[in-house]
Design a protein around this ligand. Structure first.
Ligand code: ADP
Ligand code: MG
Length: 678
């Protein structure tokens, strides 16, 4: 007998039923045993004083008045009676069950389940049971079922499977871990998940599976990380740290403590014989670019070329200029985008191949086909959260084993960072350069728009510039663009003495370029834009960010947008225009006005929107867990990560027979073949 047996082997499951189960993805006994309830119906008796309005409740009591039956319509009826529950006298309503009238006697014990209306002190019944249920099961698992299979049937099949196969269930977790955390065995835990006798049992069973899921996930990630480190031997770069230090000294400002820490992490990666595979997180304006530049400088000292890849041409242009300024004549920096064509392009490509160019900046077409480097040793990508695990891997496979650094300005909550980026090292810049003015954020309702515009005008008169971000219509880029066009004409009319520019995704690269150029040279004072302006744009003279329909944006995105201002020496402002209807919506606006800390916002965003929506795309690279919840169980996630890391790096894991099962799991997951993991 094996868990790999087909489900027909289970008592009560015939060929027909087996086919139905197959439809639900249940093929083997193992599938059936691990087909877990998605929620539990709680029939535990509660004290009515603790039950909230509209909550579902089960109570036991005595019939305290003879039932009253009313008919309305042809078949519709309503039966009411009073019931004494402990010291409470409550009302009970049953719809369309006239037959209860004859059955309910005074003082009879009944158990009812239904929704509690606190104001009317009434339970509207979904289930009525004659007699006491106190000794029966309190919690009933609910499964999602398909076709002819009912929840009741499924429960029976699972019960039979457990009986027949109990002894075949082997615990995949090493015994040491079970003992250390007093975790239930998978046999006990599976039984309890399917047939819990109470909340406590359910809790223990969940506890075990949360750990198991996180542990296996992290084991996979850490094994992958170890294998990649060892097998894809990188190159130990040799350079003089004191020369590098001189360069750092020559910068116009001292590095913050966080920048120093991250620089030394990057330096030691570059020097090590392993390949760097690092994620650098830092809030907008925290100074990631400088850190990247120092890394590029070190690579150059070691005789290697570097590449900086960004998602848009505008950003490429900006990074190109800021790197040139930082390096002065010390490094040859060039730009390569799809708008660089003809002779210029050929020139760049040949200088790159000959090794004359030290650093190439561009969009991610950079490291593809026709572009060949003389000696590429360091690849940096900015705003990488658009890529999933698989794409990150492709990137590392380009070039000749280059070190890779991924940078992101979207602070990723730690729980997500270690799941979505579990195979990477993580560096964080969690400190802002000194002397930054805090951006003041206000929340205004739509009917205050005129006043907001008056405020904007005051800033314009002072010589400042402003962004106005248009509503985001997720379903339709066309509507986004239309919104921007409408807002643009409205503002052009309003600000007669100032130039109003327009930016959206339908413009060609050159048109975008021209608009950005005009804005950064203050030929345009107000820039109306869709969210294309979101990433990385730097215009220090802009001091106002107005975000229209701000409730449509996620907190992280609002924070990103806000980060476009506050880049110069003047006080900056962010104004959110929104009439959110829900409490959560209002809460989000309030949080924006209260904090400028991207990490606080990202944690909050995760809490309010959940992990699935956090990255706002299908490519989040997040794994799916059956029982575990990344947000609520994050402590376990951390523990499991530590345990997995220790185990993978121990010799015993790779040699001892007791870990053979685990090694086999990894093999089946494709860790050794370098297959796609997510
Ligand atoms: P990020 O890429 O993280 O958004 P940048 O690297 O573009 O941030 O830095 C934002 C601004 O802060 C730049 O003008 C940069 O020159 C400046 N800056 C960076 N580090 C420091 C520092 N340690 N002290 C003062 N200014 C800094
Ligand atoms: Mg940046």
């Amino acid at each position: 007998m094996s868990l790999h047996d087909k489900v027909v082997a289970v008592k009560g499951i015939g060929e027909e039923t087996a086919l139905q189960l197959n439809e639900m993805g249940i093929v083997t006994v193992n599938d059936l045993l691990y087909y877990l309830p998605y929620r539990y119906e709680d029939y535990a008796m509660k004290d009515l004083a603790e039950v909230k309005h509209e909550e579902r409740v089960t109570v036991e009591g005595r019939v305290h008045s003879l039932p009253l039956l009313q008919y309305y319509g042809k078949k519709k009826s309503r039966l009411t009676f009073r019931m004494l529950v402990d010291r409470y006298l409550i009302n009970v309503v049953c719809f369309n069950r006239p037959y209860y009238k004859e059955k309910l006697n005074m003082n009879e014990v009944v158990t009812v389940t239904g929704k509690w209306d606190q104001h009317r002190q009434t339970i509207s019944v979904t289930e009525l049971h004659f007699g006491s249920l106190a000794k029966q099961r309190e919690i009933e698992p609910v499964y999602s079922v398909k076709g002819k299979i009912t929840v009741k049937q499924l429960r029976r099949y699972v019960s039979h499977a457990l009986e027949q196969y109990e002894s075949s269930i082997q615990d995949p977790l090493p015994e040491g871990l079970l003992l250390r955390y007093k975790l239930w065995s998978s046999r006990e835990a599976l039984r309890a998940l399917h047939f819990p006798s109470g909340q406590e049992e359910l809790k223990q069973a969940r506890r075990r599976f949360v750990y198991e899921e996180f542990f296996f996930f992290q084991l996979k990630m850490q094994a992958l990380r170890k294998i990649e480190r060892e097998q894809s031997a990188g190159v130990a770069k040799v350079f003089s740290e004191s020369v590098l230090h001189e360069f750092v000294q020559s910068l116009p400002f001292p590095l913050t403590g966080a920048q120093q820490r991250v620089v030394s992490e990057i330096v030691s990666d570059l020097k090590s014989p392993y390949r760097m595979n690092r994620l650098l997180q830092g809030d907008v304006g925290s100074g990631k670019t400088v850190v990247a530049a120092i890394g590029l400088y070190a690579a150059k000292l070691a005789g290697y070329q570097g590449a900086l890849m960004v998602p848009t041409e505008i950003l490429a242009e900006q990074h190109f200029h800021s790197l040139r300024e930082l390096f002065q004549d010390a490094l040859q920096v060039q730009l390569l985008t799809s708008s660089i064509k003809g002779t210029k392009r050929r020139e760049v490509l040949s200088q790159l191949a000959s090794g004359e160019i030290d650093v190439l900046v561009g969009t991610h077409a950079l490291i593809q086909d026709e572009v060949s480097f003389a000696r590429l040793g360091f690849v940096i990508t900015d705003e990488q959260h658009r890529f999933g695990v698989a794409q990150r891997r492709v990137l590392r496979e380009k070039g000749e084993q280059p070190d890779v650094l991924f940078m992101t300005a979207t602070p990723i909550p730690r729980t997500l960072a270690i799941t979505a980026f579990g195979e990477m090292d993580v560096s964080v810049i969690d400190e802002m350069p000194a002397g930054r003015k805090v951006i003041e954020t206000y929340w205004a309702k739509h009917d205050m728009f005129e006043r907001v515009l008056a405020f904007v005008e005051k800033e314009l008169v002072k010589g400042r510039q402003a962004y106005v971000i248009c509503p985001l219509i997720e379903e339709s880029e066309k509507l986004d663009v239309q919104n921007a066009i409408d807002l643009h004409s409205m503002l052009t009319y309003h600000f007669q003495t100032f130039q109003v520019g327009l930016m959206h995704g339908r413009l060609s690269a050159q048109e975008k370029e021209a608009v950005m150029q005009a804005f950064s040279q203050n030929e345009v004072q107000v820039l109306v834009s869709t969210t294309v302006v979101e990433v990385g744009v730097n215009v220090p003279n802009a001091t106002v960010m107005v975000i229209y329909d701000a409730e449509r944006f996620g907190l992280s995105q609002l924070h990103q947008l806000r980060g476009r201002v506050g880049r110069g020496s003047e006080q900056s402002y962010c104004i959110l225009i929104a009439d959110p209807k829900s409490e959560v919506g209002k809460e989000r606006m309030r949080i924006m006005t209260e904090t400028n800390d991207g990490f606080v916002l990202s944690e909050k965003d995760l809490e309010l929107r959940g992990p699935g929506d956090f990255f706002g795309s299908k490519q989040s690279g997040l794994p799916e867990f059956k029982v575990a919840d990344m947000v609520h169980d994050y402590r376990v996630l951390e523990i499991a990560r530590t345990d997995a890391t220790l185990l993978v790096n121990s010799r015993a894991f790779w040699e001892e027979p007791q870990y053979e099962r685990l090694r086999k799991n990894l093999e089946e997951a494709g860790v050794f073949q370098g297959e796609k993991l997510d």
